[in-house]
Design a protein around this ligand. Structure first.
Ligand code: GLY
Length: 352
């Protein structure tokens, strides 16, 4: 097992290894004073791993309730969030009790936001079951639901009390979930670690899973410790997301988050090369590694469709967009681009 410790507004461990869900049957420091736990999960993940988690927590002496919602980004809404809050209130969970987020990015973001706001905030444990959640969304305390106007527009920063990344659960991941997670993993190499990028080119993620998750979350930990509330450096973690969120939304969420982010990274790299921030080779290398992991790289929407969809993004600020642009593989910078120039960037990025 690997352990990475985060020192942010709350200190916590990220544990990575095989068989970790079962280890929760022994009392953990984070269970101290808790009588009950609510598992929040979706209807694909819960039948696979919910019972094992529930059995472990019961063996550790907790009374366990499970809130299971229909899977998919379309459920990351205020209405699912309200149902989960009412579920906790009806079962009289107290401030000392715990929420367990069991699943991918949607379950983690939703359960985290429930934990951030129920009784003004209770502790929660992230149990990521997708590669994407393991390398990114389960760490760092961003929680949110989507609004009709856009993704993640209602949320809070609320750090988990523990992250338990049981690598056994990835064995049942469908191929497209591996691809989606690969995009967020490759992102770390592209924006900040050329050696990691090379290792992901040379050895498939599945063949070095524990090491890959360890490197990604250590990079994320270091950034979150320096900039927990995203006033600067943490924005680098949004590489590919400014265009990617618009792609995800325009696809009607038929593209998975990582697939949309892959298109976002490839597009911004092409545009950055056209605007002289990086070489053409950097853009080609970006496309190449994404394709190796089966990810899409072409932007299937027009510049005007994209700029319209980007208007509600959090990264639009006072008529300016923050773009994360590559200077080389493993080095990115944050620039501000006036809204009036964004269609030019999208066209240079390959918009239809
Ligand atoms: N997923 C980007 C971040 O946590 O900052």
């Amino acid at each position: 097992m690997k352990t990475v410790t985060v020192h942010a507004s709350k200190d916590y461990e990220i544990r990575i290894g095989s068989g970790l869900i079962g280890t929760l049957s022994s009392p953990q420091p984070v269970f101290d004073n808790a009588a009950s736990a609510a598992i929040i999960s979706d209807d694909i993940v819960f039948p696979l791993y919910g019972e094992a988690l529930q059995r472990a927590l019961e063996a550790a002496g907790l009374t366990v309730f499970s809130f299971v919602f229909p899977h998919g980004e379309k459920e990351k809404t205020l209405s699912t969030y309200a149902r989960a809050l009412n579920f906790l209130a009806e079962r009289r969970l107290s401030r000392k009790d715990l929420v367990f987020a069991l699943g991918g990015g949607v379950a983690g973001d939703l359960a985290g936001f429930v934990a951030a706001t129920y009784l003004r905030g209770i502790r929660y444990v992230q149990v990521p079951t997708t590669l994407l959640a393991a390398v990114d969304s389960s760490v760092g305390g961003k929680t949110a639901v989507d609004l009709e106007a856009g993704k993640n527009l209602a949320g809070a920063f609320h750090q988990p009390s523990l992250v338990v990344c049981d690598t056994d659960v990835f064995q049942t991941l469908p191929e497209e979930q591996w691809q989606s997670g690969a995009a967020e993993t490759v992102k770390y190499g592209l924006f900040g670690n050329a050696a990691f990028y090379r290792s992901l080119r040379e050895t498939p993620i599945r063949d070095q899973l524990e090491a890959v998750i360890g490197t990604a979350v250590t990079m994320k930990r270091d950034i979150v410790e320096r900039d927990e509330f995203e006033t600067g450096e943490r924005m680098l973690l949004n590489y590919g997301h400014t265009f990617g969120h618009a792609v995800e939304r325009l696809s009607g969420y038929t593209l998975l988050h990582g697939q949309a982010v892959a298109i976002g990274m490839a597009s911004i790299a092409r545009a950055a090369a056209a605007y002289g921030y990086c070489s053409r080779e950097t853009a080609l290398e970006t496309e190449d590694i994404l394709r190796r992991y089966g990810l899409p790289t072409e932007l299937p929407f027009t510049a005007s469709e994209m700029s319209e969809a980007m208007k509600s993004d959090k990264k639009a600020d006072g008529g300016m967009y923050r773009l994360i642009v590559p200077e080389a593989i493993g080095a990115c910078r944050i620039i501000s681009v006036p809204a009036g120039e964004i269609e030019g960037w999208l066209t240079a990025g390959g918009a239809k």
